[in-house]
Design a binder for this molecule. Structure first.
Ligand SMILES: *[C@@H]1O[C@H](CO)[C@@H](O)[C@H](O)[C@H]1NC(C)=O
Ligand SMILES: *[C@@H]1O[C@H](CO)[C@@H](O)[C@H](O)[C@H]1NC(C)=O
Ligand SMILES: *[C@@H]1O[C@H](CO)[C@@H](O)[C@H](O)[C@H]1NC(C)=O
Length: 413
């Protein structure tokens, strides 16, 4: 979530363009700051390293309520989502997290300082919801904020209550925490996020820690010792410009990702209706090759077959989950024609040819662009057409519609 109040969705729509403008201003200012004083990497966090929680060896996969439902969530929706994750086959493909975002709790803590699930929408409580979700073989994620209140201002944040809230989450059986950055006290995320990291480690339950400080303090440089993923960008919106700009901002930090800690360009918009099928296919391909968390953001109870087809491409998912854990990156840019590539285990290479132009064009990757010896012969598996080209030499090309991509795995022969 971005740093403004969203009491009502109408307010969000009315304010969003102004807020996005200020958000970028803010980002420019903080980048300039960071450039001026070099960061002492990991010095004080190394011994509380959350890589010790053993989680996130591959990017997390699952669903989150925010992109489609915003604050309009309740326990029946979450249970039905868990049901649909299983019945659609998504769960079997590895989408295991069912994550609540903002607005799940009452405005105030109880007299003992506990967060209280909102009685009008989560009357059975979070423990019962976790039990239901675990019963489906899935995991429950929850949301809080390193400030006094969450972004919606409809529930408390965890700043100053980290140990208490981490114990509460563990007692409910929570498996994942997304930790936002609204309404904070102005201190650096490098001070506020490690406190929750430590609290989660002390909670007695392995809990995936997803930092969401919007890329403000260059989290790739310090968050690998604090959590399992960190947002590198402001919130995504369901349109081409937002999606491509998040892909590009996230790409700058590619070298910092590794098993246990991932760059996060925000959750998927596939299936929410604001982009074309080709744009969503590109969105999913780039998130996959960039080893981004694959957190579905649409209504999986009513998604179209086209949406399901994109989200359940097993071969694209395998690239994302490859055990080498190397984030693929933009290796070549010729105007709006791009090549993204990254190493996979067993000497394979993943490649995306991407036409970001507004007209049809041919995109070519030469072996020198993607780290292959010029003499190497490969077989090329097209992950969307599910077809093979054998004995491919020197280069691979595709003629692509506007905003479309091709994704391949190249296997040296
Ligand atoms: C670091 O953590 C380990 C294991 O948790 C502990 O044994 C060691 O004493 C800690 N070192 C410091 C300097 O705190
Ligand atoms: C979607 O796929 C299902 C199962 O393959 C099929 O029964 C259904 O008719 C399809 N729906 C549409 C709208 O194509
Ligand atoms: C196509 O390539 C894949 C992956 O490289 C391989 O597993 C499969 O056997 C190939 N299929 C054919 C028909 O050659």
């Amino acid at each position: 979530m971005v740093a403004y109040d969203h009491q009502s969705m109408l307010g969000v729509v009315a304010l969003s363009s102004i807020c996005i403008f200020f958000f970028f201003l803010l980002q420019l200012v903080s980048k300039a700051d960071a450039a001026g004083r070099p960061i002492d990497m990991g010095r004080q966090y190394s011994n509380s390293s959350l890589s010790a929680n053993g989680l996130g060896l591959a990017p997390p996969m699952g669903w989150n309520s925010w992109n489609h439902f915003h604050c309009d969530i309740e326990e029946k929706l979450i249970r039905e989502t868990a049901d649909a994750m299983v019945s659609s086959g998504l769960a079997a493909l590895g989408y295991e997290h069912v994550n609540l975002d903002d607005c799940w709790a009452e405005l105030n803590r109880d007299s003992e300082g506990n967060l209280v699930p909102k009685t009008s929408t989560f009357p059975s409580g979070i423990k019962a919801l976790a039990d239901y979700i675990h019963g489906k073989g899935l995991k429950l994620g929850i949301y809080s904020d390193a400030g006094s209140q969450t972004c919606s201002r409809t529930m408390p944040g965890s700043l100053g209550h980290e140990e208490h809230d981490a114990r509460t989450f563990a007692s409910w059986g929570v498996d994942y925490l997304k930790y936002d950055n609204c309404n904070n006290d102005g201190t650096s995320p490098t001070e506020r996020y490690p406190v929750m990291s430590k609290a989660l480690l002390n909670s007695g339950r392995p809990i995936f820690f997803s930092l969401c400080e919007w890329g403000q303090e260059d989290p790739a440089t310090w968050a690998p010792d604090v959590g399992n993923s960190w947002r590198t960008t402001g919130d995504i919106s369901d349109n081409w410009d937002s999606m491509t700009s998040r892909a590009d901002q996230n790409d700058e930090w590619a070298s910092y990702a590794a098993p246990g800690g991932w760059n996060d360009p925000d959750m998927l918009e596939v299936g929410n209706g604001g982009m074309t099928t080709e744009e969503y296919r590109s969105h999913f391909s780039i998130w996959a090759i960039a080893k981004a968390p694959l957190l579905i953001g649409c209504d999986v109870r009513t998604m179209s077959n086209e949406t399901l087809e994109i989200l359940s491409n097993k071969e694209v998912i395998e690239v994302n989950q490859d055990k080498l854990g190397v984030q693929g990156k933009k290796v070549k840019k010729n105007g709006d024609l791009e090549v993204w590539a990254g190493s996979l285990s067993n000497k394979k290479v993943a490649v995306v040819l991407w036409n970001r132009c507004s007209s049809r064009a041919t995109v070519t990757a030469y072996w020198s662009d993607i780290g292959l010896e010029s003499t190497t012969t490969v077989s090329a598996r097209d992950l969307w057409a599910h077809s093979n080209q054998t004995s491919v030499k020197r280069q691979i090309s595709a003629d692509l519609d506007s905003h479309a991509c091709k994704m391949y795995v190249l296997t040296p022969q």
